[in-house]
Ligand binder design. Structure first.
Ligand SMILES: [Fe+2]
Ligand SMILES: [Fe+2]
Length: 473
């Protein structure tokens, strides 16, 4: 399998597309539909060029090329990580068998479902971020937004390729539907809740790329373990692109916290709203919101589907091959904490294989904690007596065992009245959102930055912060 990508083809690829005329024609038929979708649902802001990276190879070193590109002319394509000819299935009842190069008939429906659900999230985030280009705090940020958007568009291509190549007519129908559903649409919404929420301001964008793209990392991580080798290789390369999205989130929140901390010191008050900064309490509320809607993406704590996918070898655990157990989980147990109607918590011992969503969620939660730590370190450095916290996983949930309960960020089960009273302290209120939105004035002068966020410590690809990342008309 060539590591190099063929950019002479109408659809750039490293899957030797030209050798399969039917597939090539089918994808070339889908391409204008994608372009139409991008035109309608992609970024609103017009540019004459954005300093974007494009994948040139899928190898470990130097896979990206940077240049100014008009986003509409970005070369979206199909890039799979290199094939390991000796790869074997690492878990479940097919453990040790060679990875599948074709879809096993008995798992066709399940695999298609997994690919459609993953695929649906990719264009959704582009739709959610459609308007953000109108209010970017700097050209550097604007460039990052476009980078994330074109790559989410490419991730859609990644899933559509699999649907077209391996799932026949049904796959092609599903590929059309991925463009038909839209984020927040009343008639045809995206499949998962978090992808129907608005990303209305740049703090929400940083939170989304920190918390929701990070969910993506963990989901892709489980699909990378799949016995279906083309899915595994697709996800492996997507994970490389995804790392930059999370970098945008991590450093984005860093820079907001940094700026707020500077203003708090400068004016000796936590009330920095009138000084053009975002108060720490509002940042905490955004964390509470984005973290908990992202927890919903892990699904119910107990899942027989999850167990079946695992046993079948379709979807593994995070870093499956590094785990030191039998990779079958038939005799293992796990603990589930659940809220009781009387306001207390009970723990239940269950088969570990039924708790795989919870297992993945635990990995994710630990990862999110590292962000909290680094943001608190910024506050400490400025000697500010405030600490960010991740809320209890039962807080503000719409999915799973906590969905029917009201639970505070501290994990106390409370009644409706207490919830209503506390809610405005825990989640962004209309006033908070309006205030943050009022700060969102575009700053499109080279080297300049908005009042509410600090400049980045480094530019992109070794360029300085005041580089002309975006050419505007
Ligand atoms: Fe993605
Ligand atoms: Fe992403």
């Amino acid at each position: 399998m060539p590591d190099k990508i063929d950019y002479d083809a109408k659809i750039p690829n490293n899957v030797d597309l030209s050798s399969d005329r039917r597939l090539q024609r089918a994808l070339e038929g889908w391409q204008p539909k994608f372009m139409h979708w991008w035109g309608e649902m992609g970024p609103t802001l017009e540019t004459h060029g954005v300093y974007l990276r494009t994948a040139v190879s899928v190898g470990r070193e130097g896979w990206a090329h940077f240049d100014h590109v008009v986003p509409d002319q970005y070369r979206w394509g199909v890039f799979l990580a290199e094939r390991d000819p000796d790869r074997r299935i690492a878990f479940g009842e097919h453990q040790g068998e060679p990875a599948w190069q074709q879809v096993p008939a008995e798992y066709r429906a399940d695999l298609q479902r997994l690919i459609v659900i993953q695929g649906d999230t990719e264009p959704a985030s582009v739709e959610q971020q459609k308007l953000l280009g109108l209010t970017a705090p700097s050209l550097y940020d604007l460039r990052n937004l476009f980078q994330v958007n074109v790559e989410e568009g490419r991730h859609l291509w990644a899933m559509v390729y699999l649907l077209h190549a391996y799932f026949g007519k049904e796959g092609r129908t599903e590929a059309e539907a991925l463009l038909y559903r839209n984020s927040g649409s009343p008639d045809a919404p995206r499949i998962l809740g978090a992808f129907n929420e608005e990303t209305a301001d740049w703090l929400a964008f940083y939170m989304f790329t920190y918390f929701t793209d990070r969910d993506g990392k963990y989901q892709l991580g489980t699909l990378k373990e799949s016995g279906f080798d083309p899915l595994s290789r697709t996800c492996e390369f997507m994970l490389k692109e995804e790392a930059h999205h999370m970098f945008v989130g991590t450093t984005g929140v860093d820079r907001v916290v940094q700026r707020s901390a500077e203003l708090i010191r400068e004016f000796d008050t936590l009330d920095i709203g009138p000084r053009g900064g975002i108060p720490l309490q509002i940042i905490q509320k955004y964390i509470n919101f984005h973290y908990t809607v992202s927890l919903d993406l892990f699904g119910s704590e107990t899942s027989t589907n999850g167990a079946n996918y695992y046993t079948a070898g379709l979807k593994g655990r995070w870093q499956e091959t590094r785990r030191k157990d039998d990779h079958q989980l038939t005799n293992d147990v796990g603990i589930l904490e659940r809220p009781r109607a009387d306001g207390t918590w009970e723990t239940e011992e269950m088969q570990a294989i039924l708790l795989l969503n919870l297992d993945l969620r635990a990995e994710y939660m630990a990862d999110c904690q590292t962000g909290i730590k680094r943001w608190n370190r910024i506050l400490e450095k400025h000697e500010i007596d405030f600490q960010f916290k991740l809320p209890h996983p039962g807080f503000n949930r719409d999915v799973g065992i906590n969905a029917s309960q009201h639970i505070t960020p501290e994990g106390t089960i409370v009644d409706e009245a207490t919830w209503q009273q506390g809610k405005h302290n825990w989640l962004p209120t209309t006033e908070d959102l309006t205030f943050v939105r009022s700060l969102m004035q575009p700053v499109y002068e080279r080297g300049k930055i908005a009042s509410w966020v600090a400049p980045p410590t480094n530019g992109i690809n070794g360029k300085p912060f005041d580089y002309d990342y975006v050419h505007l008309p």
